[in-house]
Design a protein around this ligand. Structure first.
Ligand code: CA
Length: 241
């Protein structure tokens, strides 16, 4: 697949301010996307249900439902990739959106090129084939990762991993004991556009630690190397059954 060939992909944009909606529409249409707009949360939900687009862009502040509520309802129903539009530097909104399953966020105001490159990065991740891996890998006596089923088993209990958590864990586990720089992790797991977004990486490392570590405040699997990056525990990969 040509990595940039996303022409014709369908995008639903939910934004109540008409001039911003027009601006986004023009930018995306110029980039070859097919755009359909909605100005309320309910209208947006209806469009997304009817059209099942390749991606949705949701403003956080809408007149009826909030963008978070729209996102929550989309996530209950299907896996349409979503980008949230937040007020610039609103860290709470970013964290909340990511926790609800948003694929990315863009702070207002944003440039045309940033918008298009973020959309392409999300589409690239959404459409990338799952990486090849052994089926079940035993890390230690309490952690087994089943790469076929995208499940971790912690002390025998299944723990569901979201797609980005899975990709990050997969990259870590393919490099046991090796120091991986922030830039390496961000560009390999998220895409080169993200190589400086250490806040995003820290969030996802924390999600994984909460799911996998016996004591997330004293991690044994994902070790922080201050100012440099992270190192996954040096285990010897052996396939389980
Ligand atoms: Ca708004």
């Amino acid at each position: 697949m040509k990595s940039d060939d996303f022409r014709g992909r369908r995008i639903v944009v939910v934004e109540d301010e008409p001039h911003i909606l027009d601006l986004i529409r023009t930018t995306l249409e110029n980039a070859g996307f097919v755009v359909s707009g909605a100005t309320t949360g309910l209208e947006g939900l209806e469009r997304i249900r009817e059209e099942l687009p390749d991606l949705a862009i949701l403003d956080v502040n809408l007149p009826d439902l909030s963008g978070f509520e729209v996102l929550r309802q989309i996530r209950q129903a299907h896996g349409v990739p979503c980008i949230m539009l937040t007020v610039q530097d609103d860290e709470d909104a970013r964290v909340r959106g990511l926790e609800l399953g948003a694929d990315d966020y863009i702070g207002k105001p944003f440039g045309h090129r940033e918008l298009v490159s973020r959309i392409k990065a999300v589409l690239r991740r959404a459409e990338a084939p799952a990486p090849l891996a052994r089926n079940r890998v035993q890390v230690d006596e309490r952690l087994v990762v089943d790469f076929d089923r995208r499940l971790a088993e912690v002390e025998g209990e299944p723990v569901h991993l979201r797609p980005t958590e899975y990709r990050l864990l997969h990259h870590f586990m393919n490099h046991p004991g090796r120091l991986l720089s922030h830039e390496n992790l961000l560009s390999r797991v998220w895409g080169s556009e993200y190589r400086d977004d250490t806040q995003l990486l820290r969030l996802y490392v924390n999600y994984l630690r909460k799911k996998l570590e016996p004591d997330p405040s004293r991690p044994r699997y994902i070790i922080n190397e201050r100012g440099l990056g992270y190192r996954f525990m040096d285990y010897s990969p052996e396939s389980g059954d």
